[in-house]
Design a protein around this ligand. Structure first.
Ligand SMILES: Cc1cc2nc3c(=O)[nH]c(=O)nc-3n(C[C@H](O)[C@H](O)[C@H](O)COP(=O)(O)OP(=O)(O)OC[C@H]3O[C@@H](n4cnc5c(N)ncnc54)[C@H](O)[C@@H]3O)c2cc1C
Ligand SMILES: O=C(O)[C@@H]1CCCC=N1
Length: 388
């Protein structure tokens, strides 16, 4: 048997959606790239699994909304390159009290004048019942990304461009230097450039490289609710995605997508969860609070009368939040050939094509295509441990 190749132009750790898109951009640019994943693929232990994610232009922060046209374009490019459907336009309803600052900022950034009241919304989306004192803004560009399929597709194209993906290999040790040495459970690899996109595991990882990043993994309980009339909230019906802003009973927001993963079951969940160690996610103890089902039930009763008010199914997923919920996309302050992409705070999937491009640019020492001020490591004081 030929000995395994061990030296590459770039090594990427973590084959979730961010690492996979980063590796795809590198391989497209003819960099000999190794993508390492601790679990056998596909897996459901991180943040990128499941069949659906929301994609929307609506962002309160201009620095994300400015990235969205390119992200939509790159998703379409991947669809065209592979002949695969990855996106379905459904529209997205943002709802909250009139004048709510985030809602207003989204409306402004979308360039939408219209704010809908209950009657106007019901006419457009009959399954939705807006409550008194609430308004809605519609993002018509928004829709659903077929997440598992997207992850598989980007990994396939990465390989097609000559990239190497090794799964079932956990990275155990990183030795910084002009040639970074990466030791896994199955081998030792070297490259002049390393990119860490290890999701909820990133904090523990970079700690060993002298960085204390304020990354908080959260366990997210994803709930599915049965349609009273089968098919009424399916992808084929007039059923939008939605997201609440400024609801007093759910300050982090409640969101929903049409029934996709399970016919007849619509996903409606909190946009938040409970702190967790990713190594212990299945060890639910009485000290790990579950999602507040009563709040979701009451929301469904009021806003989505076509659904049963008890969840039919629950699944788990992980967010990795930063304190300001902005991403971390930066070079290691001490080892500039190590780049970190983390802290996607529950909203990173839609932007993965652009995130991958930016991490690729940072790693190759190029000027990033967007202003990176909101994504720096040094926005958090005291991250560099004195010892290193
Ligand atoms: C329930 C839920 C709903 C969401 N909804 C949306 C949405 O609607 N729209 C949206 O845009 N975003 C959404 N997100 C957020 C989005 O899915 C995440 O931001 C994104 O998937 C993060 O990807 P990642 O690659 O950083 O992490 P991951 O997918 O977790 O990938 C990191 C990978 O690194 C690997 N790894 C870790 N340590 C090692 C090691 N030592 N060696 C080798 N490999 C290692 C892990 O196994 C993992 O596969 C949602 C997230 C969740 C959980
Ligand atoms: O990023 C998004 O659009 C969504 C919103 C609701 C939950 C997670 N992410």
């Amino acid at each position: 048997m030929a000995p395994q190749k061990s030296t590459y132009d770039v090594i990427v750790i973590g084959a979730g959606i961010q690492g996979s898109f980063t590796a795809y951009h590198l391989a497209q640019r003819h960099k000999d790239t190794l993508l390492l994943e601790q679990f056998l693929l596909p897996h459901s232990r991180g943040s990128s699994h499941g069949q659906s994610r929301i994609i929307r232009s609506a962002y309160a922060q201009e620095y994300y909304s400015r990235m969205m046209p390119e992200s939509f374009r790159l998703w379409r490019q991947l669809e065209a390159e592979t002949g695969t459907t990855l996106y379905r336009q459904t529209g997205l309803v943002l709802l909250g009290p009139p004048g709510e600052p985030e809602l207003e900022a989204c409306r402004r950034n979308l360039g939408v004048d219209e704010v809908l009241d209950a009657a106007a919304l019901a006419q457009r989306f009959p399954g939705f019942r807006l409550q008194a004192g609430q308004v809605a803004v519609v993002d018509t560009t928004a829709g659903v990304l077929f997440a598992d399929r997207a992850l598989r597709t980007v990994q396939e194209v990465f390989r097609r461009h000559g990239g190497t993906l090794r799964d079932g290999q956990k990275v155990l040790h990183i030795e910084p230097g002009p040639m970074v040495t990466v030791t896994t459970t199955a081998g030792v690899y070297k490259a002049p450039r390393l990119i860490i996109t290890a999701g909820a595991w990133t904090g523990a990882f970079v700690e060993k490289l002298g960085l204390r990043l304020p990354l908080q993994p959260l366990r997210i309980d994803v709930c599915y609710w049965r349609e009273k009339q089968p098919g009424s909230a399916s992808l084929g019906s007039v059923s939008p995605c939605f997201l609440t802003l400024g609801l007093s009973q759910a300050p982090h927001g409640i969101y929903g997508l049409p029934s996709i993963e399970y016919p007849g079951l619509m996903k409606v969940s909190h946009h938040h969860g409970s702190p967790i160690d990713p190594e212990k996610r299945d060890q639910t103890s009485s000290s790990t609070p579950g999602p507040d089902i009563a709040i979701l039930s009451s929301f469904i009763n009021s806003y989505l009368p076509g659904l049963e008010t008890q969840p039919a199914l629950r699944e788990t997923c992980l967010y990795t939040n930063t304190p300001d919920e902005d991403f971390i996309l930066d070079r290691h302050p001490k080892f500039s050939n190590i780049v970190i992409g983390a802290g996607f705070s529950g909203h990173g999937f839609k932007l993965a094509p652009v995130v991958g491009k930016l991490l690729c640019e940072l790693s190759l020492g190029e000027e990033p295509s967007y202003n990176m001020a909101h994504f720096t490591i040094t926005r958090f004081p005291g991250v560099l441990r004195a010892a290193l």
